[in-house]
Structure formats: structure tokens, C-alpha cells
Design a protein around this ligand. Structure first.
Ligand code: ADE
Length: 272
């Protein structure tokens, strides 16, 4: 069971997200609880203003500190030690699988969604424990980022993905991209499903998948391999394959990759 308290000016953005598919099921089964709090409810005055012009000039509006800090403080009485208040912001630490794994061990997280050009800096000093970014681009607000964090975290909570599915076995959990997947039909537009997947030999299938996960990662996200959990033998294979591609030179590499998109490029071939 995990609980997210989300502070937002646009709670309606979460409606279909919370009702749909795996997240919807986790909510109805009680494994996931999401409480939405409208920041506007903590604004004062008849107009409940939540933003203002920036001191020093400049374009855009800044979220005022009072409503945000009050909204966080309102959650204080039921907050236990170690439950973080997280601001979604492009200035935050990049959100990665390892962080999702850590968040999934917590009982509760508070997610604060910024809007406009940002939030008054004093909110960060007074009420925020950590800033999280979902990527190097600027969204119109933190709501989509909050949904990304909730989704990636909730699916790692035991039971959320359903019995028999283990997110621990996912190749991403070991720092690699996923191997290619196939379903019926066996042949589609002249392309056959790799024979090993039809062989019924589970050991061979597992070896093939592992090799493909390595190839895919080498071809598409070689940066991930630095931190991936590889056996000594795999590490040596990856290094050999990398050295080989370096000697081929960049031009040849690019040429090969345009001929064979996906995981089959020269840089992504692992010879065993
Ligand atoms: N708010 C706006 N852009 C964002 C980003 N890239 N990540 C998290 N929150 C954001």
C-alpha cells in the first residue's frame, strides 16, 4: 500500500489517469491511494489568487508562496518522518528507475505540482525536501510529471502489476533496455518470429533474451551499460563489441545503423 498526496491547481487532470488500467485497478483494490488537494483552496481573498508577477520584472507569472506552503502544512499533522515533499520541476534531479524503486518502499509521498514560470524560491527552502525532473524539457506544469512519478513508482509496489508478474525480473531493473517481444502470428508481412522463442527451451530463451537486452542497450542507450548489473563475461563482451565499433569509425557505424534500425546495428551486435 502506498499513498500519494498531490498538490495541484488542476486536480481534474488526474481523473482518467486514476481510473484507467493498472493504476485504476490498484486504486480500487486499495494498493494505491491518491489524494488530490487543490492549491487554490489554500489561497486567500475573494479571488483566491495563486500567482503573481515576478520581482525584478520579466515575462510570465510566479506561484505565490503562501498557498503552497499552507497546503503542505495542512498535511503535516498526518505526516510521518521520512515521507518526502517532492516538487516536480525541470530543475530537479533526473527521475530514474532507482529512484522509483526507492519511492516504492515508502508509505507516503507528497507531490507538489508547479505551474506558470515556476514557484517562489522560498517555497523550496521552507517546504520542499527534494526536486524531481522527468527530463530535460519544460512542461506547462508539474501534473504530467507527477503522473509519471506515480505510474513508475506504483507499478513497483508488490501486487500492483498482478500475480505472477515480477518487475524485479524486468531487464530495466538490471539497468538494461527490454529485449524484443513477439506475439501471434508467427509470420507477419514476411517477417518470422525468432525460432528460439518457439523452441520451448526455456534456458535458451532466457539466454537469447539476455543477449538481445544487451544488444538493444548497446545500440540505443550505451550510456546505461556503465551502471548496469552485468556478469564478468557480459562486461567483457560489451567492451569487446564497443572497441570493435570504435575501430570501424563513426561514419561506418552510422551507415550500418541506418541500414539496420533498432538493435541490429553494428554497434549493437554481441558475438557470443
Ligand atoms: N515541470 C515542468 N517541466 C518539468 C519537468 N521536465 N519535470 C518535472 N516537472 C516539470
Amino acid at each position: 500500500m502506498i499513498r500519494f498526496d498531490v498538490l495541484t491547481l488542476f486536480p481534474e487532470m488526474f481523473e482518467s489517469f486514476l481510473k484507467t488500467s493498472i493504476i485504476g485497478r490498484a486504486v480500487s483494490s486499495g494498493l494505491l491511494e491518491i489524494r488530490l488537494h487543490n492549491i487554490r483552496d489554500y489561497a486567500s481573498g475573494r479571488h483566491k489568487v495563486t500567482d503573481d508577477v515576478p520581482y525584478g520584472g520579466g515575462s510570465g507569472m510566479v506561484m505565490k508562496p503562501e498557498p503552497l506552503v499552507r497546503a503542505v502544512q495542512a498535511l503535516e499533522p498526518c505526516r510521518e518522518a521520512g515521507e518526502p515533499v517532492i516538487l516536480l520541476s525541470p530543475q530537479g534531479t533526473p527521475f530514474r528507475h532507482e529512484r522509483a524503486q526507492y519511492f516504492a518502499t515508502l508509505r507516503r509521498l507528497i507531490l507538489v505540482c508547479g505551474r506558470y514560470e515556476g514557484v517562489d524560491e522560498r517555497v523550496k527552502e521552507l517546504a520542499i525536501d527534494e526536486e524531481v525532473s522527468i527530463g530535460d524539457y519544460v512542461l506547462t506544469g508539474g501534473e504530467l510529471a507527477a503522473m509519471v512519478v506515480i505510474d513508475a513508482t506504483a507499478r513497483l509496489v508488490p501486487g500492483v502489476l498482478g500475480d505472477g508478474y515480477s518487475s524485479v525480473e524486468e531487464s530495466f531493473a538490471q539497468g538494461l533496455l527490454e529485449y524484443p517481444q513477439y506475439t501471434r502470428p508467427r509470420e507477419f508481412m514476411g517477417r518470422r518470429v525468432p525460432a528460439v522463442l518457439l523452441s520451448g527451451d526455456h534456458k535458451k530463451i532466457a539466454q537469447w533474451r539476455r543477449r538481445k537486452a544487451l544488444e538493444c542497450t548497446l545500440a540505443k542507450r550505451p550510456d546505461l551499460l556503465e551502471r548496469a548489473a552485468l556478469s564478468e563475461e557480459e562486461r567483457a563482451l560489451v567492451d569487446t563489441s564497443r572497441r570493435a565499433s570504435r575501430t570501424l569509425g563513426d561514419q561506418a557505424d552510422q551507415h550500418e545503423e541506418s541500414k539496420h534500425p533498432g538493435c541490429e546495428g553494428s554497434r549493437g551486435r554481441i558475438e557470443t
